[in-house]
Structure formats: C-alpha cells, structure tokens
Ligand binder design. Structure first.
Ligand SMILES: [Zn+2]
Length: 365
C-alpha cells in the first residue's frame, strides 16, 4: 500500500504517518503546528481521506466515494471546525469552507474577531457518542485551534480525555503557546516547517502554470502557501493598482489624492482585504529592493507596473527599504484587528502605517 503519494510536500510528516499506518499505531489526537501557509489543514484532510479511502493500492486515491466526499467537505463522519462569530450565518460559513474545497492549501481567512465557540464543540461532543455513519474512522479537524475560547477548550478537553476508538482528532495551529497545556499534553504534536521553494512550486503547479512571474511571487511570499494563493487571486491587479495610487499620492505629498486613496483602500472595512493591500505594499518594496540589489528590472513581479517601479527606484534608491518593510509589517495582525474592530479608526490607522512613504521623501530630499 502506498500512502500520501499525491501530497507532494512535508515529506517528514508524510513519513511519520506512513509508519504509523503501516504499524497500526495512530494516536487518538494530533496537534499540527508550524508557521502559516505550510499545509497543516490540507494535510489534516489528506489524513482523513487516507484513513477512509477504499483503494487497494494507494491512499488517498481522490477517486473513491469517500475521498470525493471529503474533498467536497460533505462526508458525514469528517468534520472541519473553523473559527466563526455569532453573526456569521451558516451560508457565510459554508462560503468560507468552499474555499477549502477549491484549494485546501489556500487556508481559511482567519480573524482574531472569530473564535471556536462552545456550541461548535458541543455539537462535536454530541456527535462523538455515535458510531461512524459510513467511515472506518471519524475525523474531527479543528482549524486554528488556538482560537478556542476558554469555555470551548474546557468542553473539548472532555472529548480528548475519553475519545471513542473510532475517532481521530486533528488540531492545527500556528501558535502552539496559545494552546492550553491541558490540551497539548493529550496530543501527539507534529511540526510543519516552512516549505522549501521547490515544494511551494509543486503545490502551486497543481493549480496554475508556474512561469517566471509566478516563481517570483512564490519567492517574495517566502513559500507561504496562504500568502501565495492570496497574491494569485483574481483581484490582484485591482488591488495592486490601488496600492500604486496610494504610493504615488504619498510620495508626491499630494494630501488630497492621498486622502482619496486611503478612503478607497479602507472603504470595505474588511480585514482580509486590508491584509492583502498591506502585503502588496510590502511586495512593492521587495521589488524595489531586488531591482536595486541586482540592477535588473526584468525580475519585477508586478509587470503591469514595471515602469512605475523602475522610476520609483531611480528616485528613491537611497532610502532604507528594509526598515520601511519592518515598519509596515504587522506580524500578529494586531493593528489590522484593531482597525476593523469596533471603534477602530481605519483611515487613521492606515495613514499612520503608510506614513513611511513621506519618510522616504524626507530621507531623499
Ligand atoms: Zn479514495
């Protein structure tokens, strides 16, 4: 029997589970942890398929009824739990899950406003009492498990303490320390390292033709699959244009146009949209850094704006772009969370965050 032949990345993780399956030594509960965009949720689904696949030679086969149902997230015994809030309708939740169906590597848009709620865990707990409908193993996947609130975590602990034989639990997180020790200690912990460049390419190749431009996007996003697929999403061009308008207005210190650009960028009050814009802004400066370092304009990924980036690089080449990238990076997304939260003032936040462009200007003149 061959296992995980189509997964293509995280060889060590695959090897670990291959051995566990061959020796029939699976744990009841796993905690997958590692940086964002390393395929944790995707592998959790891969494992769920493998455990229930009907194929005689390779698992998962992605062809049998069980694999198909799990790929479409409608298997009655495989449950994927994602952070939500009470205001999210079931349609909206389904919409989010649909993204996972289309591409499990793209990840689910998270938000610190969203949590795993006690009701979601209660449902699992109730469900766990019954034998599987059709599966050999029921699988519960808790994505972003660090978002379980205290109530939910306590309730979840009860399932972990006495898991039925037919159940495998997989939690995923990029923040191991935020998982209560009582939960961690009951799980087998599996680390998902940052992908190598070739690994990221092999995943993107499953969804897109990888040309030089896409290779550059992979490189600039540091092989983080979530960010890569975000960059490749359809409205990439429009967002990139918006960021360009912002940079242009800020660099020329045209306050009227700057205010207009900020208004446009923040109109949606949507956290993920803002994250994309911030990411694009960082990509812009990475492009600039590469052009200066290699003295080669052909490596610009933003080919639509190639001339503008080249011109920008010529004018501002003495600025400290590494520092600028540090200034605008927001690793914990705390500022974005604040900005979209109640009472948060997005325009103020955005201008504070993007004021660095004025700083470029002043460092040059
Ligand atoms: Zn199958």
């Amino acid at each position: 029997m061959k296992y995980f032949t189509q997964y293509g990345i995280q060889n060590k993780v695959c090897e670990h589970f291959r051995n566990s399956l061959i020796n029939n030594r699976l744990a009841h509960a796993y905690l997958f942890y590692g940086p964002e965009g390393t395929g944790k949720d995707a592998f959790a689904l891969e494992l769920a398929k493998t455990l229930n696949c009907a194929d005689e030679h390779q698992r998962p086969c992605n062809k049998c009824a069980s694999c198909q149902k799990i790929n479409h997230l409608n298997h009655p015994d495989v449950h994927l739990v994602i952070p939500v809030n009470k205001a999210l309708t079931s349609d909206k939740i389904r919409e989010r899950l649909k993204k996972m169906v289309v591409n499990p590597f793209a990840g689910i848009d998270g938000s610190s406003q969203h949590n795993i709620l006690i009701d979601q865990i209660r449902e699992l707990k109730y469900e766990s009492k019954y034998t599987p409908h059709e599966a050999q193993k029921k699988v519960y996947i808790i994505s972003s498990a660090e978002r379980m609130n205290k109530e939910a975590a306590n309730s979840f602990l009860k399932i972990l303490e006495e898991p039925p034989d037919s159940l495998i639990i997989v939690m995923t997180t990029s923040n191991l320390n935020a998982i209560p020790i009582t939960i961690r200690s009951r799980c087998h912990i599996i680390y998902f390292p940052v992908l190598k460049f070739d690994e990221a390419i092999s995943v993107v190749e499953q969804y897109d033709t990888v040309d030089d431009k896409i290779k550059e996007i992979i490189y600039l996003n540091e092989n983080n699959l979530k960010k890569i697929f975000n960059s490749l999403s359809e409205d990439y061009g429009a967002k990139s244009q918006l960021v360009y308008e912002y940079i242009k207005a800020a660099a020329s210190q045209d306050i009227l146009r700057l205010t207009e650009a900020i208004d446009k960028m923040t109109a949606t009050r949507d956290r993920n949209y803002l994250l994309d814009l911030l990411n694009l802004l960082i990509l812009w400066f990475k492009d600039v850094i590469h052009v200066i370092a290699l003295n080669d304009e052909s490596i610009i990924i933003n080919t639509d704006l190639k001339e503008n980036i080249t011109k920008f690089t010529r004018i501002y080449r003495d600025s400290d772009f590494e520092q600028i990238i540090n200034n605008i990076s927001d690793p914990g997304n705390t500022l974005i969370d604040y900005a979209v939260g109640k009472g948060g003032d997005i325009p103020k936040w955005i201008s504070a965050k993007f004021d660095y462009v004025i700083f470029i200007r002043s460092s040059k003149v």
